[in-house]
Ligand binder design. Structure first.
Ligand code: HEC
Ligand code: HEC
Length: 339
């Protein structure tokens, strides 16, 4: 009896030691249902440079991600989840041109606009002075009235990034704010995957630059200012009253209702595929998760169990993540169950 007891204690000690480093390894096992993504072959109107440095996005040491004077920071209230990566979003419009508000409160960008989105991980989220690893910078460039997409993969020295149209996987590891070591096989999308999400009516489009998602208070030059007012004051956005624009909430903030948070999450993580103008196979699911769609037209009331099952098993979103967004899934479940 005593021997068995000691054996059990020993086992508990050994297993607790091996669990102690909290090495959570999330890998996409690629199980579940397979959806064939078509070859979109959208027309491209620019030839992308081979080196990211050619675009003069950063000043000083590129790895500091300090934007050069031509590039302005864009901050979104709600964001797309990508394996807990941190993201920096920048915009540059050609000298003397402006972005303009469209009737549906999206933005019309002038030819020559560059939108840049950089993905990185802090080595330890609890202490950002311990450094970071920049993975990729995705570009959207508008030319001849069409958007072009490409991503650039940063080198190990973090001095530059190189054009990559075919995508690749890279192992990333970091310590999160709870002190857990996380590691995953991060997927850098190929161009066809970019287009899968970034399209409407078979045309490439930006996804985050809707005025209601930019309508928030930000810090600029040491002061708090509404972001839309700031863009107007530096001359890159046309004039209109900010109070005409609604606001999408930050789905991570408990200051807002479950309904607003749930809908914001679906807007940013699902609606690019689940809306009537998305690519065929996802549009024909008859789900419309856009923020402004009335609840009874979203499909949320008919597909409650299906949605909970698919997000919990990591089947949805279809592409763009390799690990589960546990906080996001909890939010969706809470929201759906409240309906
Ligand atoms: C899983 C869907 C998905 C894929 C795949 C994807 N994106 Fe995006 N992308 C989004 C969403 C949603 C946003 C806006 C939300 C955000 O930035 O968090 C966005 C934002 C961006 C932005 C900032 C400007 C904007 O649209 O708001 C750029 C630039 C960008 N993506 C480029 C790319 C490129 C290039 C690729 C392929 C290498 C790519 N994206 C792949 C969904 C996707
Ligand atoms: C990159 C595009 C894409 C994204 C992002 C995406 N989906 Fe889907 N979704 C699809 C496609 C394509 C199908 C159809 C799959 C098939 O053919 O079986 C689908 C199917 C579904 C279905 C099944 C519908 C039915 O009638 O059976 C649900 C529910 C769903 N998605 C929910 C979501 C949710 C919730 C999110 C966000 C967390 C999401 N999807 C994000 C592309 C996407």
């Amino acid at each position: 009896m005593k021997k068995i007891f000691l054996f059990v204690i020993g086992f508990l000690i050994i297993s607790s030691i091996s669990c102690n480093d909290d090495n959570l390894d999330f890998q996409d096992d690629d199980s579940g249902f397979q959806v064939e993504i078509p070859d979109f072959n959208f027309q491209q109107t620019v030839v992308f440079e081979n080196s990211l440095l050619s675009y003069n996005i950063y000043q000083g040491n590129p790895s500091n991600l300090l934007p050069s004077d031509d590039f302005l920071l864009l901050e979104l209230s709600s964001i797309l989840f990508t394996d807990y990566a941190y993201k920096q979003r920048l915009v540059k419009v050609p000298e003397g041109t402006q972005m303009t508000r469209l009737n549906d409160n999206s933005i019309d960008f002038p030819d020559g606009t560059i939108l840049a989105k950089t993905f990185f991980y802090y080595n330890d989220e609890r202490d950002t002075s311990l450094g970071k690893r920049i993975i990729e910078t995705r570009l959207l460039i508008k030319e001849s009235n069409l958007w072009n997409v490409a991503t650039y993969i940063w080198n190990d020295a973090q001095t530059d990034a190189t054009l990559e149209l075919n995508g690749m996987d890279t192992q990333v590891s970091w310590t999160n704010s709870n002190g857990n070591n996380i590691s995953t096989l991060y997927h850098i999308p190929d161009r066809n995957e970019c287009i899968t999400c970034h399209q409407s009516n078979s045309t490439l489009i930006p996804l985050g630059t809707k005025l209601r998602n930019l309508n928030r208070v930000v810090e600029r030059n040491g002061a708090s200012i509404n972001q839309i007012n700031h863009l107007q004051s530096v001359g890159v956005l046309n004039g209109f009253q900010v109070n005409e624009i609604s606001q999408i909430v930050d789905y991570n903030s408990l200051n807002f209702s479950l309904e607003e948070r749930g809908r914001a999450y679906l807007e940013m993580n699902c609606a690019h595929c689940h809306n009537p103008s998305a690519w065929e196979e996802s549009a024909e699911q008859d789900l419309d998760f856009r923020y402004e769609t009335p609840l009874n037209q979203t499909g949320l009331l008919d597909e409650q169990d299906e949605i909970i099952n698919l997000v919990s098993e990591g089947e949805m979103p279809l592409i763009g993540t390799s690990i589960l967004d546990q906080e996001g899934i909890d939010l969706i479940i809470q929201y759906i169950e409240s309906l």
